[in-house]
Design a protein around this ligand. Sequence first.
Ligand SMILES: Nc1ncnc2c1ncn2[C@@H]1O[C@H](COP(=O)(O)OP(=O)(O)OP(=O)(O)O)[C@@H](O)[C@H]1O
Ligand SMILES: [Mg+2]
Length: 272
Amino acid sequence: MTLKARSAIGLKSVAISFGHMKNSPYEAVAPTNLDVGEHEFLAIVGPTGCGKSTLLNAVAGLLTPASGLVKIFGKPLKGLNREAGYLFQQDALMPWKTVLENVSIGLEVAGATSSDARRTALEWLERVGLGAFADRFPATLSGGQRKRTGLAQVLIRNPKILLMDEPFGPLDAQTRQIMGDLLLTLWSQYRKAVLFVTHDLDEAISLADRVLIMSAGPRSRIIGDFRVPLARPRDIADIRHDATFNALHREIWEALRDEVMTAYRQTSGAGR
Ligand SMILES: Nc1ncnc2c1ncn2[C@@H]1O[C@H](COP(=O)(O)OP(=O)(O)OP(=O)(O)O)[C@@H](O)[C@H]1O
Ligand SMILES: [Mg+2]
């Protein structure tokens, strides 16, 4: 089946600055153009502090660009992006609510009856492998289980766009792989636009259709745009032994390495 892409996210010369002190705004992101197709899984990789979260926040409508236009399905974004679900690096579970309540609340707020919301939430908990944990409280979950809950919490609302900011960052390597496989399984059924920010180049290549590289800030920009020619479905553990994967990894790392070193020198104060 060929999926013809409409643009889900369009950035037209979007630049982002911080601070309103006269003459000295910090120009985090230089004018940037980007299109993400409605079925596309796009990963963004770049050194720490380059503006990845900032870009995601602009797409979420949490911050307004200094200039340029964010378009969502062709329409200029005004205020919060209601088409997007956002999975933050820090999970957003409510500690006083059970796993089931944390997942069902999004539907209840959207107007579903409590029993419908709970039934659908249970289905989602089954899908993320947490059917037996519905009555647990977040404090009793492992990091991976919390992330599964967070994933169910976002996906239950069936957003057309999924924004993920280093969602598996704090997890150990094995759990990250398991979460990556789970995400790909869900995405193969769900097939919506994903903007996935990560530090981890292996993770980016193994998950995405396309990997973008951002340069070190200030005035960060997209300096690389690599299509990932790996067939799906993918097995995250196996794919890392694939020759195409390794060749692409080397190619992208060439582009990324200098930026990582630049960012490191900036924050360590070296080279000034
Ligand atoms: N509210 C803010 N006010 C001022 N500067 C900010 C603000 N938010 C971010 N910045 C700056 O903008 C730059 C980009 O920050 P951002 O959080 O987007 O980086 P990042 O690429 O997500 O980094 P990391 O990989 O470490 O999460 C950084 O230099 C940061 O200090
Ligand atoms: Mg960030």
